[in-house]
Each structure stands twice: as C-alpha cells, then as structure tokens.
Write a protein that binds this ligand. Structure first.
Ligand code: AP5
Length: 216
C-alpha cells in the first residue's frame, strides 16, 4: 500500500501513521523527522533546513525531493510506504508522481485528516516527545504519568522548537496557501479519502482503516 497522509500541522498524521506502521508493516517516511535528524546531526543540509523550519516555512523543494528520492530507493519500501509530511505543495506532488511513475508504483491513496483549525494550537503547544523512543504525549490530552518523563522507557520528554505560538501561526498559514491545494489535486486523481480527525485517537484509527479497505 502506497499512502500519502495529508493534514494540517497537528492534525495527527504522525500519531496515526505510527499506528498503521505496526499493522501494515510498511515504513512511515516523515520528511519532518528526516529534517529534524539532519538538524540534530549538524549536517550541511540540516543547517540549511533549520533556518526555514524555525520560521515555520517550507524547506526548498530541491532539498526534500532529494531526501525522498533516496529514501524511496531503500528495500523496506518494496511493499509500500506511508508518506507523512510529503508532498507539501503541488510541485512536490508532481515530482512524486513522476518518481513513482518511473518505478511503476503509483500512489494508492491520499488520506486527509480533517481537523478544525481552532483545535490545532493546543495540540501543537501541548505536544511533548520522548528523546529516547519517540513516544508522543500531549500535556492537555494525553499527559505522561510523571511530568517530563516517558511512560514507556523513562526517557526525557522535549518540546519541538517549532511548536511555539508564533511559528505555529506561520505553519498554519503555509499549510493553507501551499498544502491545502493538494486536496483538490488528489481528488482530481480519484484517490482522495477524507477522515474527520477529532475525538478519540483509536476511533480515528478505526475510521482510517475503513477508508483504506479494500486497499489494505
Ligand atoms: P512536520 O514535522 O511535517 O510537521 P507538521 O506537518 O507541522 O506536522 P506535525 O508533525 O506538527 O503534526 P502531525 O499532524 O504529525 O500531528 P501529531 O500526530 O504529531 O514539518 C515540520 C517542518 O519541517 C515544516 O514546517 C517545514 O519547515 C519542514 N518540512 C517537513 N516536510 C517538508 C516538505 N515536504 N517540504 C518542505 N518543508 C518540509 O499530533 C500533534 C499533537 O496532537 C500530539 O501531541 C498528539 O499527541 C496530539 N493528538 C494527535 N491526535 C489527537 C487527537 N485525536 N486528539 C487530541 N490530541 C491529539
């Protein structure tokens, strides 16, 4: 199954993608995670990306397309993948179509998680992630048992640098102007599925599975 997850910052793409990975045994490919790793490793690409990410702007297409091209060559993508955070605009979507067309492996589904904008600020400012195992929490909706510590592995929780109000506002603007047009793009291709992304995380997951059936 070759799937693209669409949705605004904080819509729950990462949360739901991780659940699907367990069930479908295909990798989650998150350009945001790849870029954050490059920033943390201090690579030249990370240094370039950081200036855009800190402002809530998109990193240049050439950078992320290069990352995705390399990642999609890896053998674990043979049976499919979940793209989380890519494509982010129509030109990235066209590049992806051409790349997958060359490989003879077109997308099966583009699934958008639809969440009202007024819910997103609290989700993003409240997000905390474990430095060791990546487990995600939310101090408002799903807090850890002990403040600042991961329930799963005891690791330290951190807040993403771009999860502050000013940067979130910019990310939401960028989503509306650059990424939202992809909904129409994939609807026109006949592969769009829409799932309402508010409420219980497990209930949303079940709705996603219904939408993916019979592809899964
Ligand atoms: P990226 O890392 O992709 O961030 P994003 O799109 O802003 O998405 P998020 O990871 O913030 O949200 P999410 O939808 O995954 O939500 P999550 O599941 O974590 O991008 C970051 C930056 O990298 C970009 O700004 C850009 O600079 C750059 N970048 C990345 N890709 C790029 C590309 N292709 N091109 C150019 N630049 C690129 O959930 C959020 C919180 O909500 C969590 O706390 C979670 O616990 C909670 N939550 C989840 N579901 C629910 C629920 N149902 N109810 C209550 N709380 C919930």
């Amino acid at each position: 199954m070759r799937l693209v997850f669409l949705g605004a910052p904080g819509a729950g793409k990462g949360t739901q993608a991780k659940m699907l990975v367990e069930q479908l045994k295909i990798p989650q490919i998150s350009t945001g995670d790849m870029l954050r790793k490059a920033v943390a490793d201090g690579t030249p690409l990370g240094k370039e990306a950081k200036s855009y990410m800190d402002k809530g702007e998109l990193v240049p297409d050439s950078v992320v397309i290069g990352l995705i091209k390399e990642r999609l060559q890896e053998p674990d993508t043979e049976n499919g993948f979940i793209l989380d955070g890519f494509p982010r605009n129509v030109s990235q979507a066209k590049e992806l179509d051409s790349l997958l067309g060359d490989l003879g492996k077109p997308l099966d589904v583009a699934l958008v998680l639809d969440v009202p904008f007024e819910d997103l600020m609290k989700r993003l400012t409240g997000r905390r992630t474990c430095k060791s195992c990546g487990q995600m929490y939310n101090i408002y909706f799903s807090p850890p048992k002990v403040e600042g510590k991961c329930d799963v592995c005891g690791g330290e929780l951190y807040q993403r640098a771009d999860d502050n109000e000013e940067t979130i506002k910019k990310r939401l603007e960028v989503y509306q102007s650059s990424t939202e047009p992809l909904i129409e793009y994939y609807r026109n291709k006949g592969i769009l599925k829409v799932v309402e992304g508010t409420g219980d995380i497990n209930a949303i997951y079940r709705k996603i599975l219904v939408q993916l059936n019979p592809v899964v």
